[in-house]
Design a protein around this ligand. Structure first.
Ligand code: NAI
Length: 683
C-alpha cells in the first residue's frame, strides 16, 4: 500500500509505495511552474541526504506535481541579485554538489518527465540513471542557457557529452534548441518516450528491474578523448562562429573551450563549468539577455486576469500575410475560416499551412488535426460566427473601408474587427463603421511564423475592451502583444525607417552594400539593412515609404524607385540591391579591401536611436521597456544590448546628443536631435 510520508518540505512531497519505491513530487510553492531556486534546492538536498542514510528505499522516481511541466530550469529572477563572479560561482558549485549527490545514489534513480524539461531541469534529469518522458508535443527537452548569455552550470556541459558524445551534445548545448521526446530518445538523452497512461508503469518497471547501464554509444563517446578534442573543438568553433559573434555572445565559445581543455571525466571539467558560468552570469550580455527574458514575460502577461475566450478566427485576404496568419491561428488551436476574392490563393495558403504544420509538428495525425481546423471560405460564411475577424487584404483605403462596412453588417456584435494594415491610419478606415470603436489593429510581421511580435494598434476611437481582447487573443496564439498608438508606422516600422533610409543614403554615396551590412551586423543586427530591404521586398519598402513620407516628410530615395521600376524587387525576384541564387544572397566582393568608414555604424544606429527617443516622447508605447521589447522582438535589435533605450542609457544621453550634433553639422537636419534627449527620455 502507498504511504504518504509526513515531511516539512514546502516544495516536495514524498510517497513510498509497497515496493519501496520513493515517488518524489516537485511542486514549487507559490509558483505556476517548477523552477529551481535556493530554497527548492536546499530541500532537495535534505531529501537526498535522508535517502543516503535510508537503505529501505529501493528506487527513486522524481516527477512533477504541476500541469505546466517537469522543471523549466533555474529560477532566473535569482540572477539579478548576484553581485560578483565569485558569489555566482559559489552558488553554482552548491547546485553541482547536490546533483553529484543525486548521481552517486546507488539505487535506480528515474526522472519522469512530462512537459518542459529545460536547463537545470534537464541537468537534474541527467544526474538520474534513467529518464522516461511522455511522448507528447508538449514535452520539450533542452539546455537553452546560451540564449541567456550563459551556459549550463549544474553539470550539463559535462554529463551530456559524456552520455551521448560531443557531436550530438554540442548541437543541443550550443544551439539552445528544444527537442521533442522522439528526437531526444534517438539521441540517447532519454531512455523511453511513452504515452501518458504508461508513464508510471514505465517508471515502475525501470525501478524494479533496472536495465544494465552500459555505454550506449561507445564510438560517439570516444570522441571525448583528449587527442580528438582540439580537432573537434575547432570544428565546433567554426560552426558557432557562423551564427554568433564571440564578442557579443561568448558563452557557447566558453563551453567549447572548457570541453577541449578538460573533457568530461575530470573534476576539473565541473570546476571549469562553474568558473566560467560565474563570470558570464554577471556580464553585461547576460544581464541584458535576462532582462529581455523578463520583458518577454511582461508582454506575455499583458492579458493576464482578463477573461476572453475566442474560438473562431475569420481571416480575409489569403496573401502573404493573411494566409500565414490563418495557418498560425489554426496551428495554435483555433477554428479558422479563410476568405479571399481569389479562391486559388486560398488553395496556395492551405498548402503553405500544411507545410508549416508538418515542419512544426512532424507527426501526420497532428498535422491533420490542424488542417481540419482550417476551412477555405471563399464566400465569407465564417464572418457571421467568428469571434475575431482579421482583415489582411491589399493595402488600399477604399477596399478596406468597403470590406469593413460589409463585415460590420454581418459580424456578431461582440466580434473583434481587426486590420493588419501597416500604413493606413485606423482613424481613416473606421470612418465608414457605424461603431468605429470596434476597430483595432492587429499588426503581424512578415514572416508570420517566425516573428514573435504583434503590434496591437490603438486607434483614437478604439474601445478599451476591444484593445484588451485583442491583447488576450494575441497571447493565446503565442505571440507577444505590444500595444502601440495609431500613428504613422506604429512603432517598429517607424523606428526602422530612418535606419533603412540612412543605409540607402550611404549606398547612394558609394559605400558598398556589404560594407553597410557588415557595420550593422557587427553592431549585432541579425541582418544588414540592405539585405533586409531585399528580403522584405523593395516594392513593399517603396510602398510603405511613399505612404509614410506623406506624414513624416521622409524623402523617398531615387535609387529605390529605380530598382522597383526595373522589376528588381529583391530576394523574391532573384535580384535587388544584391543578386540571389535560389534565395541565397550573393554579395559582391569589393575590388579592393574596403574598410568600414568610421561613421557608418554611428549614422545607422544614431538615426534609429533618435527615432526611438521620439517615439518614447510621443507616447507611441507605454514605457521604455515596451519600446526596447518592440525593437528586439519586432526587428531583432541586438538583445544583448538590451534594446535602443537601454543601449542609449548605457552609452550616456549627453554623449549621444553630442554625436548627433556633429552628424547634423556634417549631413544635415535628418540628424537633428529629438527633443526627447533633452527632456530626460534616456536619463
Ligand atoms: P497580398 O497582396 O499578398 O495579399 C492580399 C490578398 O487580399 C490577395 O490574396 C487578394 O486576392 C486579397 N484581397 C484583396 N481585396 C480583397 C477583398 N476585397 N476581399 C477578399 N480578398 C481580397 O498582401 P499582403 O502582403 O499579405 O498584405 C496584406 C495586408 O497586410 C496589407 O494591409 C499590408 O499592409 C499588411 N502587411 C503586410 C506585410 C508584408 O510584409 N507583406 C507586413 C505586415 C502587414
Amino acid at each position: 500500500m502507498d504511504q504518504v510520508m509526513m515531511s516539512n518540505y514546502e516544495h516536495w512531497s514524498l510517497k513510498i509505495d509497497a515496493d519501496n519505491i520513493l515517488w518524489l513530487t516537485f511542486d514549487r510553492k507559490d509558483s505556476k511552474v517548477n523552477s529551481l531556486n535556493e530554497s527548492t534546492l536546499r530541500e532537495f538536498d535534505q531529501i537526498l541526504n535522508s535517502l543516503g542514510q535510508n537503505n529501505r528505499t529501493k528506487a527513486l522516481v522524481i516527477r512533477s506535481g504541476k500541469t505546466t511541466g517537469f522543471i523549466v530550469g533555474a529560477d532566473i529572477s535569482q540572477f539579478k541579485s548576484l553581485t560578483s563572479a565569485e558569489e555566482a560561482t559559489q552558488l553554482i558549485r552548491k547546485g553541482q554538489e547536490i546533483f553529484n549527490k543525486l548521481e552517486r545514489l546507488e539505487m535506480p534513480t528515474i526522472a519522469l518527465i512530462d512537459g518542459f524539461c529545460l536547463g537545470g531541469g534537464l541537468e537534474l534529469a541527467l544526474a538520474c540513471k534513467y529518464r522516461i518522458a511522455e511522448n507528447s508535443p508538449k514535452t520539450r527537452l533542452g539546455l537553452p542557457e546560451v540564449k541567456l548569455g550563459i551556459h549550463p552550470g549544474w553539470g550539463g556541459t559535462v554529463r551530456l557529452p559524456k552520455l551521448i558524445g560531443p557531436l550530438q551534445a554540442m548541437d543541443v548545448i550550443l544551439s539552445g534548441r528544444n527537442l521533442l521526446p522522439k528526437a531526444a530518445k534517438k539521441m540517447g538523452i532519454i531512455h523511453e518516450a511513452v504515452p501518458r497512461r504508461l508513464l508510471e508503469k514505465a517508471a515502475r518497471d525501470y525501478a524494479l528491474t533496472p536495465p544494465r547501464q552500459k555505454e550506449s554509444f561507445p564510438w560517439r563517446q570516444a570522441l571525448n578523448y583528449k587527442l580528438i578534442r582540439p580537432v573537434l573543438g575547432r570544428l565546433f568553433t567554426s560552426q558557432v562562429s557562423k551564427k554568433a559573434n564571440p564578442k557579443h555572445y561568448p558563452s557557447p565559445f566558453k563551453v567549447i573551450e572548457n570541453w577541449v581543455a578538460h573533457g568530461v571525466e575530470t573534476p576539473q571539467a565541473m570546476d571549469a563549468e562553474a568558473d566560467s558560468i560565474g563570470k558570464l552570469l554577471v556580464s553585461d550580455t547576460s544581464r541584458n539577455l535576462v532582462r529581455v527574458f523578463f520583458l518577454q514575460e511582461e508582454l506575455k502577461g499583458l492579458g493576464k486576469g482578463l477573461s476572453y475566450k475566442p474560438q473562431h478566427v475569420h481571416v480575409i485576404g489569403a496573401g502573404v500575410m493573411g494566409g500565414d496568419i490563418a495557418a498560425w491561428c489554426a496551428l495554435r488551436g483555433f477554428k479558422v475560416t479563410l476568405q479571399d476574392q481569389a479562391p486559388k490563393l486560398i488553395g496556395n495558403a492551405l498548402k503553405r499551412a500544411n507545410e508549416l504544420a508538418t515542419k512544426q509538428l512532424k507527426e501526420n495525425y497532428l498535422v491533420q488535426e490542424v488542417m481540419d481546423r482550417l476551412f477555405p471560405d471563399p464566400n465569407g460564411l465564417g464572418i457571421k460566427t467568428a469571434d475575431v475577424i482579421i482583415e489582411a487584404i491589399t493595402e488600399k483605403l477604399q477596399a478596406k473601408q468597403d470590406l469593413f462596412q460589409a463585415i460590420e453588417k454581418q459580424a456578431k456584435p461582440d466580434a473583434i474587427l481587426a486590420t493588419n494594415t501597416s500604413t493606413i491610419p485606423l482613424e481613416e478606415i473606421c470612418t465608414v463603421l457605424k461603431d468605429p470603436t470596434r476597430l483595432v489593429g492587429i499588426h503581424f510581421f512578415n514572416p508570420v511564423p517566425k516573428m514573435p511580435l504583434v503590434e496591437i494598434v490603438k486607434g483614437e476611437k478604439t474601445n478599451k475592451t476591444v484593445i484588451e481582447q485583442a491583447i488576450v487573443f494575441v497571447g493565446k496564439i503565442s505571440k507577444l502583444p505590444l500595444p502601440v498608438k495609431s500613428s504613422p508606422g506604429f512603432l517598429v516600422n517607424r523606428i526602422l525607417l530612418p535606419y533603412m533610409l540612412e543605409a540607402v543614403a550611404l549606398l547612394e554615396e558609394g559605400v558598398s552594400g556589404p560594407v553597410i551590412d557588415k557595420a550593422a551586423t557587427e553592431f549585432g543586427m541579425p541582418m544588414g539593412p540592405i539585405e533586409l530591404a531585399d528580403t522584405v521586398g523593395l516594392d513593399i519598402c517603396l510602398a510603405a515609404l511613399e505612404k509614410l513620407s506623406a506624414t513624416t516628410g521622409a524623402k523617398v530615395p531615387e535609387k529605390l524607385k529605380e530598382y522597383v521600376s526595373r522589376g528588381e524587387l529583391g530576394r523574391k525576384t532573384g535580384k535587388g540591391f544584391y543578386q540571389y541564387n535560389k534565395g541565397k544572397v550573393i554579395k559582391p566582393k569589393p575590388a579592393t579591401k574596403e574598410t568600414i568608414p568610421s561613421d557608418v555604424t554611428d549614422r545607422l544606429i544614431l538615426r534609429l536611436l533618435n527615432e526611438s527617443v521620439a517615439c518614447l516622447r510621443e507616447g507611441i508605447v507605454d514605457s521604455a521597456d515596451h519600446l526596447d521589447a518592440g525593437c528586439i522582438f519586432g526587428f531583432g535589435f541586438p538583445p544583448f544590448r538590451g534594446g535602443p533605450i537601454t543601449y542609449a542609457r548605457t552609452q550616456g544621453g549627453a554623449n549621444l546628443l553630442k554625436q548627433l550634433e556633429e552628424l547634423e553639422s556634417r549631413y544635415g537636419n535628418r540628424f537633428a536631435a529629438d527633443r526627447g534627449w533633452q527632456t530626460g527620455e534616456v536619463a
